[in-house]
Design a protein around this ligand. Structure first.
Ligand SMILES: NC(=O)c1ccc[n+]([C@@H]2O[C@H](COP(=O)([O-])OP(=O)(O)OC[C@H]3O[C@@H](n4cnc5c(N)ncnc54)[C@H](O)[C@@H]3O)[C@@H](O)[C@H]2O)c1
Length: 433
């Protein structure tokens, strides 16, 4: 069996298909399409129609990036048959019980399994727990293809380190961890990825190691933020500003500069649950990781309660008050509202009967209404009882105290979730995490 994929791709005698053209899949497809023949496949017909016109529905990539690339977009599974490398980049969310939801991964594996031929490779890039590729995905490929693993086709896993909204740490500028189901797969896949990754490849000794590496990158970040959030809960009770403490502590050479905040998005707040699921399955109760998740998931409600306390202290009536929340996306300067923890603030305020308005320069009104049932507003009023700046969008960074006062009622309150206006607010009642 000829598994010399790299050479065949260079000669363009075969192609790469990327399955799932979202935040991860599209930049990967376009990067490969500079050098190789690429097919971009997605089940969403509307997404494919936009991609064919050079429009990224996730609004991360501009239309120039589509120009001069050897790529075709399709939602027809028949059209991906001719490829020899299938890279799967579909979502791996959690369900309402915080358990891994593998339905996209399994559907994509079945699509690929049906077209798999002798000599092909399948690589997973979706974030999963260690063991998922070989224990959960591989059987689907085998069942649908009838082929023999590592004899007829080979496997790989290469996690993605993309950071939405970050124009510095782009795909090409992140060292890429690559793994393969045997030495030949590792070698071939590493050569292929090395074509697009300018800073180098890390060859992981096994697929499980590569899966575990990705999941701990995000778990570590989640836990570091959870510690900052817990410190913030403690210091709040002592009237100490956490950012003042962090600024002082950061003068030590080995202090790690993390900050408290809402942990949303479909990576940091989700991936640790993949690890905790697997940990429990193998008989270990991951208390530390789950405690971190518990603290982080409670921060939105904490911000809302703190806001209401401040309003009550200022003599404001909760039931008749109006609060403006600025920022709705899961992080600054992105359009993505999925798994945004700002919604916890909105929900908690609404549950207490507060009239809450939300404004965001990036988020889609229609999407936000559909996902969360809250309306985004464009026209701000001038009588808010409290303003919560929940997301540090660039557009908000130039705002100052006179602006916040101009849209507030008497005894104005500013709740600065990220602590970005600290030291700049003199007259308003001010609080940050
Ligand atoms: N977004 C990030 O910042 C990021 C970073 C690193 C890793 N990841 C991981 O990468 C994976 C993909 O995430 P994303 O943010 O790109 O998701 P996304 O939701 O932006 O895109 C996923 C795409 O897959 C398509 N899709 C779903 N099922 C499909 C199927 N069966 N066949 C073909 N297409 C299908 C969807 O239509 C969508 O276009 C996840 O595992 C995620 O955890 C994401």
């Amino acid at each position: 069996m000829n598994f010399k994929l790299h050479q065949n791709l260079i000669q363009k005698s075969t192609s790469i298909t990327i399955i799932g053209l979202g935040y991860v899949g599209l930049p990967l497809a376009l990067a490969f399409a500079k050098y190789f023949k690429v097919i971009g496949y997605d089940i969403s017909e509307s997404r494919i129609q936009q991609l064919k016109q050079g429009i990224d529905p996730s609004r991360e990539i501009n239309s120039d990036a589509f120009k001069g690339k050897d790529i075709v977009f399709t939602s027809c599974a028949e059209e991906i048959k001719s490829s020899s490398l299938y890279i799967i980049t579909v979502p791996t969310p959690i369900d309402v019980y915080n358990l891994p939801d593998l339905k996209y991964l399994q559907a994509a594996s079945s699509t690929v399994g049906k077209v798999l031929k002798k000599g092909d490779y399948v690589v997973y890039e979706s974030t999963v727990y260690p063991g998922c590729t070989e224990e959960d995905c591989l059987p689907v490929l085998v069942a649908h293809s009838g082929l023999q693993f590592n004899v007829d086709f080979k496997l790989g896993y290469s996690p993605e380190r993309l950071n939405p909204g970050d124009t510095q740490h782009t795909l090409e500028k992140n060292i890429k961890v690559v793994s393969g189901s045997d030495a030949e797969a590792l070698e071939e896949l590493s050569k292929i990825y090395a074509t697009i990754i300018t800073v180098g490849i890390h060859r992981a000794p096994s697929i499980k190691v590569a899966e575990a590496a990705k999941i701990i990158e995000n778990t570590q970040r989640d836990l570091n933020i959870a510690l900052m959030n817990e410190l913030s809960l403690i210091f709040d009770k002592m009237n100490i500003n956490t950012h003042d403490v962090l600024e002082a502590a950061a003068t030590k050479w080995n202090f790690q500069p993390y900050k408290p905040g809402l942990v949303g998005g479909h990576c940091i707040g989700v991936d640790p649950y993949y690890l905790t699921y697997k940990a429990k399955k193998v008989g270990y109760n991951p208390n530390v990781i789950l405690s971190g998740r518990f603290v982080n998931d409670g921060m939105g409600a904490h911000v809302a309660k703190k806001t209401m306390q401040l309003m009550l202290k200022q003599g404001k009536q909760i039931q008749t008050s109006r609060v403006l929340v600025m920022g709705a996306t899961f992080k600054e300067n992105v359009h993505d509202i999925r798994t945004s923890r700002v919604v916890d603030i909105l929900q908690e305020l609404a549950d207490f009967g507060v009239c809450v308005e939300v404004h965001d320069p990036y988020a889609s009104k229609e999407e936000f209404r559909r996902y969360y049932g809250f309306e985004l507003i464009d026209q701000l009023r001038s009588d808010y009882d409290a303003i919560i700046v929940a997301v540090a969008h660039n557009e908000f960074m130039t705002l100052d105290e006179s602006y916040f006062t101009s849209i507030s009622s008497a005894q104005p309150i500013l709740v600065d979730v990220k602590g970005v206006y600290r030291k700049k607010i003199k007259e308003m009642v001010y609080w940050s995490l």
